[in-house]
Design a protein around this ligand. Structure first.
Ligand code: IPM
Ligand code: MG
Length: 354
């Protein structure tokens, strides 16, 4: 038996995780995976119930589970909540609490969606890259000051810092990832300005000595942001720090036409966590129109990496490809001539193709 902790979170989190669990149950029935589910609160929903965004009980349950499936957190309802109690603290606390140091964000453009991309089809067709984002360090977790008076003016600050061991472990994972793909790694930093980036570049270059079969290049983050639009096919694996990875992965996500399709895996020493890269979309929450595919593809990654159920992962991925190839589109990727579906019908179409 494998236990999956499901954390729906806020906004559309509830409907998209429900959908992913239904797909997991379908594939379980077919391939006898023996999955069990336990639901827990986090985010604004948990704040409303318990006064904290990440109850201890949720973190403890995650530690004991075989894998975590996470929806999304946040919403303007909690805009005025104190910084340390904001819904986003839930996912940050889970990342830290579970030691999820590596976030894998694959961007693979499905042929049937090439026309949805804001980029020209010839630039986009065949894009297959993965961003490996450091997830528990950098400016996200450095010291900060919300407000202080200095020289008569109010200021705030956040500290970016990285240690060599932190850079080493994410770099090794990125090299290992590149090795079993097309053997190309791009390390992204801002070494022309930042001290942390210079340490990053030195450390990555050193690790490269152990991976002769992988071709390494370095890009500044501003140039990388441009290259992702100009020639995304040049990338195989991109490794970068927490903040740059956050920004670049949203940018890379639209190459394929919709952020609603993008899954992610956060890998650590304990339980790994899987979540779509989009947010809680409070404006469409409860309307039954959210695209559940990013979450369902995250569930496929969960089966692959945490449960080593490759066949089940592939079954889900090809069911999604089929659903799209058959012309079904949720609102975020809909255009004239296609069949418009909501969250529930998308789930049914995918389940029926497994
Ligand atoms: C992401 C999100 C989070 C982040 C937010 C919700 C804290 O944007 O997973 O990319 O910035 O890491
Ligand atoms: Mg983000």
């Amino acid at each position: 038996m494998s236990k999956i902790v499901v954390i729906p979170g806020d906004g559309i989190g509830k409907e998209i995780t429900e959908s992913a669990v239904e797909v997991l149950k379908t594939v379980d029935k077919k391939l006898n995976l023996d999955l069990e589910y336990e639901f827990h609160d986090a985010g604004g929903t948990a704040y409303d119930k318990f006064g904290v965004p990440l109850p201890d009980e949720t973190l403890e349950a995650c530690k004991k589970a075989d894998a975590v499936l996470f929806g999304a957190v946040g919403g303007n309802k909690w805009d005025n909540v104190k910084a340390e109690l904001r819904p986003e603290r839930a996912i940050l606390g889970l990342r830290k609490g579970l030691g999820l140091y590596a976030n894998l964000r694959p961007v693979k453009v499905v042929d049937s969606l090439v026309g949805n991309s804001p980029l020209k089809p010839e630039l986009v067709k065949g894009v297959d890259l993965v961003i490996v984002r450091e997830l528990v360090g950098g400016i996200y977790f450095g010291d900060r000051c919300e407000s202080e008076i200095k020289d008569g003016a109010e200021r705030a600050w956040d500290l970016e810092n990285y240690s060599v061991p932190e850079i080493e472990r994410i770099t090794k994972l990125a090299f290992e990832t590149a090795k079993i793909r097309r053997g190309k790694l791009t390390s992204v930093d801002k070494a022309n300005v930042l001290a942390t980036s210079r340490l990053w570049r030195r450390t990555v270059t050193k690790i490269a000595e152990n991976f002769n079969d992988v071709e390494l290049n370095h890009l500044y983050v501003d140039n990388c942001a441009m290259q992702l639009c100009v020639n995304p096919k040049q990338f195989d694996v991109i490794v970068t720090g927490n903040l740059f990875g956050d920004i670049l992965s949203d940018e890379a996500a639209v190459i394929g036409g919709s952020i609603g399709l993008m899954p992610s895996a956060s890998i650590g020493e304990l339980t790994s966590l899987y979540e779509p890269i989009h947010g809680s979309a409070p404006d469409i929450a409860g309307k039954g129109i959210a695209n559940p595919m990013g979450t369902i593809l995250s569930a496929a990654m969960l089966l692959r990496y945490s449960l080593h159920a490759e066949e089940a992962a592939k079954a889900i991925e090809s069911a999604i490809d089929q659903t799209l190839a058959d012309g079904f589109r949720t609102a975020d990727i809909y255009s004239d001539g296609f069949k418009k579906i909501g969250t529930e019908q998308a789930t049914q179409e995918i389940c029926s193709r497994i």
